[in-house]
Write a protein that binds this ligand. Structure first.
Ligand SMILES: [Zn+2]
Length: 460
């Protein structure tokens, strides 16, 4: 059977973190929580005769930093026009959306080419069911990141968006509220019509929408059904896409430069200054941590997805075994955080508390099983790991004389397996280690128990 290739490209819209809207001074804080239409002025509600203010330089700077983090070439010393994109929809009171020409072009992230990054304003929100319109969101600045169709699977798109999310977090450049990110994706089976999926409202939704579309299109192709290019809408609740309308072409929008807004100009000096203000980004941090602490690329990747998590790792690596910390931070800890859908920052785990837990684990004071239980009890009930372990008597059997006493007792009570091991039967050691674990109620470290047994038996 011929292997059909999936081709995916995306347009990612992210709300930029900014105190005021793009072309007026209306605040953007808590725009979802305040009453509808309470954060508006004549400009952002498109009233006749209103004039937009010029683009705030801080907002433009954020787009430049995002573009630099995506290895893009910033367009300098050239007028970047803000254009009007015309269409009629109740969420757009002026009848057009303002969107700039590319601020930067030709970047790359996760093996995907970035075609361009530009600035645009968000439309308002229109509820199709009630007919209500809310212009609180109208005019909030967005960056649009357009990729080439380089994704080969929904999973590839997930990885790209995960990395993009990390970059935006490091740069402190974007909002993280629900609905602050919207993705349009085009997906096709090579040689077949291109389908655009509109308005996917979260990075998570992208994978669901694309997986659904990939399967749907493959089935059509497999059964020889012909279909045309179209735009589909993603229904997040049901996890499916629905046919919407014939695909629009760029010409339908009648773009032209907005005569009210002077073109943006970025100078090389501005780019240089903005570049200097950027923190170490995930890509560089991953490479440095792997080299400096001898941890694997996968561990460094997982740790660097959140800036505070990476900072915590570095603090902890100075006090305890960095390799053990990295393994547990990529594995057990990430698993428990993901399961609760919480970031490290949201978990209230401080580097000190995490270090306390990892130290108990790296010195085998507690087993990984007990360590995970202590972690869960912290995440769910806020119990500090060490104090909790002491209170529950979980630090009882660890290394030292206590474990040695158990080991000797087990050897004395089982002379046959002990003799078997001495005569070259390694499986006898596992049997004895199992007895030690049973005797200590699973609180000893299995590796340490085996190690001690080996030493004790060698002396006989
Ligand atoms: Zn306004």
């Amino acid at each position: 059977m011929v292997k059909l290739k999936t081709v995916i490209g995306t347009e990612v819209h992210v709300q930029l973190a900014s105190a005021s809207k793009l072309f007026c001074s209306c605040p953007t804080e808590k725009y979802l929580e305040v009453p509808a239409n309470s954060l508006v002025c004549p400009t952002c509600s498109g009233q006749p005769g209103s004039k937009p203010a010029g683009v705030n330089e801080e907002i433009l700077g954020k787009v430049v930093q995002i573009a630099l983090a995506l290895s893009c070439k910033v367009v300098t010393n050239e007028p970047i026009y803000v254009r009007r994109k015309h269409y009629f929809w109740p969420d757009l009171p002026s009848g057009y959306q303002r969107t700039s020409l590319p601020v930067a072009i030709d970047g790359e992230l996760a093996g995907v080419r970035i075609r361009e990054c530009h600035l645009e304003e968000d439309p308002g929100r229109y509820d199709l069911r009630t007919g209500e319109v809310d212009y609180n969101r109208s005019g909030i600045p967005l960056v649009e990141i357009v990729t080439d169709p380089d994704f080969t699977s929904p999973e590839h798109a997930r990885q790209f968006l995960e990395e993009l999310g990390a970059i935006l977090e490091y740069l402190n450049a974007a909002r993280v509220e629900p609905g602050s990110t919207r993705v349009d994706a085009n997906i096709s089976i090579e040689g077949h019509p291109r389908i655009e999926v509109k308005n996917i409202n979260s990075f998570k939704g992208v994978v669901t929408a694309l997986s659904f579309e990939e399967t749907r299109q493959r089935n059509l192709v497999k059964h020889g059904v012909t279909y045309g290019q179209e735009t589909r809408h993603f229904d997040e609740g049901r996890g499916i896409t629905i046919g919407l309308r014939r695909k629009e072409t760029a010409d339908d929008y009648r773009y032209f430069p907005d005569p009210d807004i002077p073109p943006l100009i970025v100078t090389p000096a501005m780019v240089e200054k903005l570049a200097k203000q950027m923190p170490e980004l995930p890509r560089q941090k991953r490479a440095r941590l792997a080299k400096q602490y001898g941890i694997t690329a996968e561990e460094a990747y997982a740790i660097c997805l959140e800036q505070e998590y990476a900072d915590a790792f570095e603090k902890i690596a100075k006090k305890t075994d960095a390799k053990i910390a990295a393994r547990l931070m990529r594995g057990m800890l990430k698993k428990q955080l993901n399961w609760r859908n919480r970031s490290f920052k949201q978990s209230k785990l401080t580097p000190e508390l995490l270090c306390e837990l990892l130290q108990m684990l790296s010195t085998s004071e507690v087993t990984e099983k007990v360590g995970e239980q202590l972690l869960i009890e912290f995440l769910d009930h806020g119990r500090a790991p060490r104090a909790n372990a002491q209170k529950q008597g979980l630090l009882g059997v660890h290394g030292g004389d206590e474990l040695l006493a158990v080991v000797e007792k087990v050897i004395a009570a089982n002379p046959k397996p002990a003799a078997d091991f001495a005569s070259g039967k390694p499986e006898a050691l596992h049997f004895l280690a199992g007895l030690v674990m049973r005797e200590t109620k699973g609180m000893a470290s299995p590796t340490q128990a085996q190690e001690m047994l080996r030493k004790a038996l060698a002396k006989k």
